[in-house]
Design a binder for this molecule. Structure first.
Ligand code: PBG
Length: 311
């Protein structure tokens, strides 16, 4: 009876699995603050993507982790054809064709030596919005050439969706979709991700990410992204921002995604591994709540585990 009348259902095909491909590894390396998640070699990346697909996950979101020696002030390895992320995309597209939707992170922070999501002014104090847009446009085109189905600008620069859309269209990539990180908060819940990508960041991103105190501002950000041609809008993190998901879902004509981030995963894993909460029940409850709030897709490190349970 409960199943019959359930208002919300989470399906494996709603889930998007974020994965990390790193240069300089002999074998995959577990991310200590994200137990069960790995920085991958090319072989282990392909194997893990096969496991995800076998479990019923149909979309992965790929992040690249370059060698420190490949980082520079503008993050140029992000758009280099042979940069780690573009090599990863190319290999996955060759392996999976259109069976797996490949989404790529379109942001500079993994590739800059200062760890910010954009290029800095001469005093290295301020992220320059418009100069950064040029880099995102180059990066999106490089990712499209490598075979990504979706680009996902996560840097919260103003005008990033329009800049990327016109650059992709000009190169003939009219079918490559944009998942816009529309309401991305300057959040402490991103902590473990910094380890996952070997971030060089000192300081914070409060000059370009949303203030956790604000929701109206996020409605505007989502509307702007929709007007600029976003194919999805996304809220991140998820659980502490379900009101934002809900408010955006009320008016968005495009799908609304939510990203259950590294810190959310880490907290549930830690409590589960300590026996303080039931790991599997907490995982499914968290995903159900995110969908109930109005998310159509959920990016989550639990994607494969949850998909197996949902079968
Ligand atoms: C930045 C980016 C971040 C995450 C995804 N893309 C980190 C940040 O903005 O500081 C966080 C993901 C997570 O915590 O799981 N390109």
């Amino acid at each position: 009876m409960r199943e019959l009348v359930a208002e919300t259902r989470v399906r494996a095909s709603d889930l998007i699995y974020p994965m990390f491909y790193a240069d300089g590894l002999d074998s995959k390396r577990e991310i200590s603050s994200m137990p069960g998640q790995f920085q991958h070699t090319l072989d282990s990346l392909k194997a893990a993507a096969h496991e995800a697909l076998d479990a019923g996950v149909r979309c992965i979101d790929l992040f690249g982790v370059p060698l420190d020696s490949d980082k520079d002030a503008v993050g140029s390895v992000g758009w280099a054809e042979d940069g780690v992320l573009n090599r990863g995309i190319r290999a996955l597209r060759e392996e999976f064709g259109d069976d797996l939707v490949i989404m790529a992170d379109t942001c500079l922070d993994e590739f800059t030596d200062h760890g910010h999501c954009g290029v800095l002014d001469a005093d290295k104090q301020v992220v320059l919005n418009d100069a950064t847009l040029d880099c995102y446009a180059r990066m999106a085109v490089a990712q499209a050439r490598a075979g990504t189905h979706v680009v996902s600008p996560s840097g919260m620069m103003d005008g990033q969706v329009a800049a990327i859309r016109s650059a992709l269209d000009a190169e003939g990539f009219t079918d490559v979709a944009i998942m816009a990180y529309s309401a991305k908060y300057a959040s402490a819940f991103f902590g473990p991700f910094r380890e996952a990508v070997g971030s060089s960041l000192r300081g914070d991103r409060r000059t370009y990410q949303q203030d956790p105190a604000n929701v109206r501002e996020s409605l505007l950000e989502a509307q702007l992204d929709i007007d600029e041609g976003a194919d999805f809008v996304m809220v991140k993190p998820a659980m502490a921002y379900l009101d934002v998901v809900s408010r955006i879902a009320e008016f968005s004509p495009v799908p609304v995604a939510a990203y259950q981030v590294s810190g959310e995963y880490a907290m549930i894993q830690a409590a589960g591994r300590n026996g303080w909460v039931d790991l599997e029940a907490t995982m499914l409850e968290s995903l159900t709540s995110i969908k109930r709030a109005g998310a159509d897709q959920i990016l989550t490190y639990f994607a494969v585990d949850a998909a197996r349970m949902l079968r």
